[in-house]
Ligand binder design. Sequence first.
Ligand SMILES: [Zn+2]
Length: 113
Amino acid sequence: MDIIKGIKDVAEVVRKADNIGLYAQILDLQKEALELVEENSKLKRRIELFQDNKHIQENLIVSDNRYFLNLNEKEDGPFCTACWDSESKLIRLHEDNYGQGVIVHRCPICTKK
Ligand SMILES: [Zn+2]
């Protein structure tokens, strides 16, 4: 049973019974239950994020101060090491071509080269 719906059903019964004190307690309980449901939702999202980050971390390869992601035998990248190591953000590096074969990889977020 959905806990919020259950509390609403009980609140309606108590309201009809005209018990103001109990009705106020039920409303407080409903508010606390809503907060717990929201907190539970946030925690689930955080767990999913940690699991996603762990999966990425396990498949990152560092090469020449850049990260490459190797998933399902397919390589992607390069990505910024500073952004991943400090904030778990996988930021694709941009290539700046200075001509004559000189290519510099630059992070658009932290401008690490
Ligand atoms: Zn960066």
